[in-house]
Each structure stands twice: as C-alpha cells, then as structure tokens.
Design a protein around this ligand. Structure first.
Ligand code: CP
Length: 390
C-alpha cells in the first residue's frame, strides 16, 4: 500500500532526500511519513504545494489529509493487516498519551487548521459516520467546535441536550450511553460534571468516546488546542516557560495542560492563592507561586483560568474585587513576563475577575480567538484518528 506522501513524491519525481530538503526535515522523518507513522506539519505541506504548483501539478491539502496513521503488517500466518500508530480507542485524557502521539495529533491538526482557512474546507472522510455530542454541562466552545469538526469531515452529528433527554426522567448516564451506542454511533463526545464519569461510560460502549471535560479531572482536547496555538506562534513547546494562573484547584484545563506541556518538554508554573492550589500539586512537577509578579517573571506564555464558582463548595476568595487586585491579569502584572509573552484563556472569560478587558482584547498579545479556531482543527484530528478502522 503506497501512502499519499509516497504517491505525491512520485508525482513530483523527486528522491526522498530531495523531499526532506524541500520539507526542511530529515530523510528518516520523510521515511516515517511515507510509512504513515508521522504527519507533515502545515509549513511542510505548504512547501510541497508550492513545488507542485511550480511544476504545474494539481495537488491540494486534501492529498495530504487523506494520509493515514496505518501501514500493513504481516502476522505469523502470513495475513496482512493494518497497524495503527495511534493505539487508542478513546481519548479520555492527556495522561495516557506519549510525546509521539501528541505530536502526531498536533501535526494532523495543523494541516486541518490550514485547510479550514480555505473556502473549500469540507471533506468526506467521515461520510456515513455518526458523532453524538452528549453534554451534561454547559458548553459553547467545545460542543460547537466538535459539531463543526464533525461536519467539516462529512459526519452526521446529533446533539443531545440533557435538559430535554430521558435523563430528566431518571435514566442513568450509562443507560443513556448504551442506548446511543445501540444506534451505532461511531463516536460519543461526552462532558460530565464528575471526574471519571466519561471513563466509566467508555467501558460500557463499543464506539470511541472523547472526553469533552469531566469535572476537575481532564479536558484533553483543550490542552491539545492550547498546545497547537502555542506551537504555531512559538514554533515549539520544548523549553518554554508557561504560567497557569488562577483557579488551578478546580480546573481540568490546568491538569490536562500540565500533563501535555511537561510531556512535551515545557516548564510549568502555577500561580494562585493557596486556597486555589491543590496541596499535592508539586508532585506533578510544577513550580508553585502565590505572587503574580514573581511567578510571571520570564514566562513565555501566560494562561489565565476562570474562577470555577460552580465547583466551589464555600468561599475560596475574599471578594472578586480583591481577587482581581492580586491575581487578575492587567498590563502591570503582564509586564513581568517576557516582552513577547502570549496571553491565553480557555474561555469562558470573566472580564474584570481573572483578566482585564484591555489585556484580553490586545490583538498583539492575546491569542484567545486563535485558541478557539485551533479547537476545530484539533477536534477534526481527534475524530479522524479515532474513527479510523482499527
Ligand atoms: N474551554 C471550554 O471548554 O469552553 P466551553 O465550556 O464553552 O466548552
């Protein structure tokens, strides 16, 4: 089976070494890409498209997107079968992913991000497949971007509003999921207020389950889209100093980001009042600060977190006014980070609580809208790899 990149190289009539030079990578990496073990990133795809254009060939992003993470392997009886390089049926958390798997997803998402900026962005990769969004908690970004991602890939999408479902009549979460599974869904995207609920549900169904956020546990696609945004702006994740500021204690975004950033070689600081930092957080390998100015010193990325009042039992901050005074990101506090530090926020934002409006809207520093854009691309990559035949 020839991989799409191998077919593209044949069309370009160039050697593997010449293709590596064109893509700014090594011949070994091209070899892995041609075996379907690695995805080219957006700038590598663009370099190849430029060459194909010069040569008068009719290549497009689609020719790369249909590349896959599988190759043929032969078992002991001599039968060939496809070997999958993303060996997960579900995406429940970042903690279960290797650096190679994270890079694989980011590279694929990078290609989708470029494709989504073109007029002709609709694909048919998931034609005939059904994605169900099952959200037990409110969401704007995650639910909508999973819906858009599914539609961009050609899947049918069903959104279950819990308020109008049989859950309101007393049906359990598991019975609901099993019912949806019996309708032959190919992927279930689930958000639930309780940590571990999505994993439990994944054990009861045949289809792939993607965690859209479970309690204070994990929000894997958020961390992936954050990483893609950072990587596209800074060129890499390795060696960056990232500050996660605010309500770390209740944040699944913080937890998934800590796992991902450290796995990819970044250093992570958490900055918050003691009441909003879990007591054993140092075990995750992060540095803890209670003062914004010292914590932000030298940081490349400033990621603000919302006060998750819906998860708080009791009072964790004296007042919103005082919280903003000490921990809200304004230009004065930001001046302690690196001059080119990026401002991030997973949303939804509480302006005037964890972030000043002017800082949030600063088009030179804030990448908050780009995070939302990358959310669609990342979710396309996740749906793509998880719905491939295994
Ligand atoms: N960041 C995030 O999960 O946003 P939503 O709650 O709007 O999905």
């Amino acid at each position: 089976m020839s991989s799409p990149l191998r077919i593209i190289r044949d069309k370009l009539s160039i050697t593997q070494t010449e293709l590596a030079e064109l893509m700014g990578t090594t011949q070994a990496t091209v070899s892995r890409m041609e075996a379907g073990q690695w995805e080219p990133n957006a700038s590598q795809v663009q370099a190849v498209l430029r060459k194909s254009n010069e040569d008068g060939l009719d290549l497009s992003f689609d020719d790369f997107i249909f590349s896959n993470n599988q190759e043929l392997s032969t078992d002991q009886n001599g039968n060939t079968k496809e070997k999958n390089y993303f060996n997960h049926k579900h995406l429940l958390g970042i903690q279960e992913l290797s650096p190679e798997e994270i890079t694989f997803l980011l590279d694929l998402a990078d290609v989708y991000a470029e494709k989504n900026r073109t007029v002709d962005r609709k694909l048919s990769l998931l034609n005939g497949k059904t994605v169900i969004n099952l959200f037990f908690e409110e969401s704007t970004r995650t639910r909508t971007s999973f819906e858009l991602a599914s539609k961009h890939l050609g899947a049918d999408v069903i959104n279950i509003a819990v308020a109008s479902s049989s859950i309101k009549k007393g049906e359990t979460v598991i019975d609901t999921a099993v019912t949806l599974n019996a309708m032959h869904a190919d992927a279930l995207v689930v958000r639930h207020p309780h940590a571990g609920a999505v994993q439990l549900l994944s054990e009861k169904v045949n289809c792939s389950v993607i965690n859209g956020g479970d309690g204070s546990h994990e929000h894997p696609t958020q961390a992936l889209l954050d990483a893609l945004t950072i990587r596209r702006r800074k060129g890499h994740l390795q060696g960056l100093l990232v500050a996660l500021c605010g309500d770390v204690a209740h944040s699944r975004v913080a937890r998934s980001n800590i796992y991902l950033l450290q796995t990819m070689g970044a250093r992570v600081r958490v900055i918050a009042p003691p009441t909003l930092i879990p007591s054993s957080i140092e075990r995750l390998g992060v540095e803890v600060f209670h003062d914004m100015r010292t914590g932000l010193a030298g940081c490349d990325i400033v990621m603000m977190l919302r006060l998750q009042r819906e998860r708080m039992k009791g009072s964790f901050v004296p007042s919103v006014h005082e919280y903003f005074h000490f921990y809200g990101l304004d230009y004065e506090k930001l001046s302690h980070a690196k001059e080119d530090a990026l401002i991030m926020h997973p949303g939804p934002m509480n302006r005037g609580v964890e972030i000043d409006s002017a800082v949030a809207d600063d088009i030179d520093r804030s990448v908050i809208h780009e995070q939302v854009e990358m959310g669609v691309a990342v979710r396309m990559a996740c749906l793509d790899v998880l719905t491939r035949t295994t």
